[in-house]
Design a protein around this ligand. Structure first.
Ligand SMILES: [Zn+2]
Length: 180
């Protein structure tokens, strides 16, 4: 049995990956939760990690309202900051963790960046209970492209969804693009 270098020889690679996924997701949930007591709470956060080593590269939260930029989604901002830091438009060899399944814009951007793997927490359906969504799943977007990216999730869905149902977040959602 082949075992990854960074894991204990007693831990199966699949188990080691699951543990890393949960650890990374818990990290980005905690980071995103820090916004909940600020004037601009958001439930969307993303983290980019080196796929082989697990080294953390970049993290960011959604800043659409703070920056008045409709494209300032957490995943897109994290990719932008990461590629700037690396000095290349390619994030081949990296995994993107996100508290919510990426929208088509962010999933397309992840494909253009050549990200290996996208791991999400809450689903587009979860998010749609609180804010507007585009109903194209991340997996569908990958299938409709000639690029490859593994999409895994939902992981720690309840912890991620709890970001959406925090009292401050619920109050703030009421001010976002109210539905007719
Ligand atoms: Zn997005």
């Amino acid at each position: 049995m082949q075992v990854r270098k960074e894991s204990s020889p007693l831990v199966h690679p699949k188990r080691a990956r699951k543990l890393r996924d949960e650890q990374c997701m818990a990290e980005i949930v905690r980071f995103t939760a820090r916004t909940l007591d600020t004037p601009s709470p958001v439930p969307f956060g993303a983290l980019i990690v080196h796929t082989a080593t697990g080294e953390r590269l970049m993290r960011a939260v959604n800043a659409v309202r703070r920056e008045n930029d409709p494209s300032a989604h957490a995943e897109l901002r994290t990719v932008r900051k990461a590629t700037r830091r690396l000095g290349t438009p390619s994030l081949k060899g990296y995994t993107l963790y996100t508290t919510c399944e990426p929208c088509p814009m962010c999933m397309a951007n992840a494909l253009w960046a050549g990200i290996d793997r996208v791991v999400y927490g809450a689903t587009i359906e979860d998010a749609s209970r609180h804010c507007r969504q585009i109903y194209v799943s991340a997996r569908t977007l990958v299938k409709r492209s000639d690029m490859t990216c593994v999409v895994d999730g939902p992981i720690l869905r309840d912890a991620c969804y709890a970001l959406f149902t925090h009292p401050n977040m619920l109050k703030t959602f009421a001010t976002w693009n109210p539905r007719p």
